[in-house]
Design a binder for this molecule. Structure first.
Ligand SMILES: C[S@@+](CC[C@H](N)C(=O)[O-])C[C@H]1O[C@@H](n2cnc3c(N)ncnc32)[C@H](O)[C@@H]1O
Length: 165
């Protein structure tokens, strides 16, 4: 992710589902002191813990911590305002990210989603739980979208990388 952010010369990142800020730290280091990363999580406890890590790592200034529903917060953002949008919320809600993200990533920017392989369950026709269906449908919508060129990179649990055309 750090490398992708550097390749995209990202200065603005919106992260959906940041937990204790591990991935946020990588975005923050990639965008550098002049960049901006929006951290979102529904848990205040997670956000408080993350804030301490950002301060210790010296990146607190470039991270905007927001607590609440990441989808709702993304819906309030202006069109074309992000170089990268990173999706890592509850898997059953993945499909809801696509229409919101599509207009808020600038052309040439990236929509990146973690857990795109979901332990391989997305390819198992017998796996029909809500999380698997959410990730599977997100992947299908992303590949079918004329707005994106998508590749799933099989690192760890799979990372979907979609270039906004
Ligand atoms: C897999 S963890 C995120 C891990 C983090 N991105 C990382 O790689 O270090 C998912 C987080 O998303 C949060 N979450 C799930 N659905 C959410 C939503 N709709 N809005 C905000 N936060 C959400 C959960 O509280 C949890 O902390």
């Amino acid at each position: 992710m750090f490398q992708l952010a550097l390749i995209a010369r990202a200065q603005t990142v919106f992260e959906l589902g940041s937990a204790i800020g591990y991935s946020t730290l990588w975005w923050a280091q990639a965008v550098g002191p002049a960049g901006r990363v929006v951290y979102t999580d529904s848990s205040r406890k997670n956000a408080d813990e993350a804030r301490r890590y950002f301060e210790r790592a010296g990146v607190a200034r470039q991270v905007d911590i927001r607590v609440g529903d990441a989808l709702e917060m993304l819906s309030e953002e202006k069109p074309d305002s992000y170089d990268i949008i990173f999706n890592d919320i509850d898997k059953e809600d993945y499909r809801r990210v696509l229409p919101l993200a599509a207009t808020r990533i600038r052309k040439g920017g990236l929509l990146i989603a973690d857990n795109a392989l979901w332990q391989g369950d997305v390819a198992d026709p017998n796996a029909e739980d809500a999380a698997t269906c959410g990730v599977r449908e997100f992947n299908q919508l992303l590949y079918a979208s004329p707005d994106f060129f998508t590749t799933i990179i099989p690192i760890r649990d799979g990372v979907a990388v979609a270039l906004r055309k």
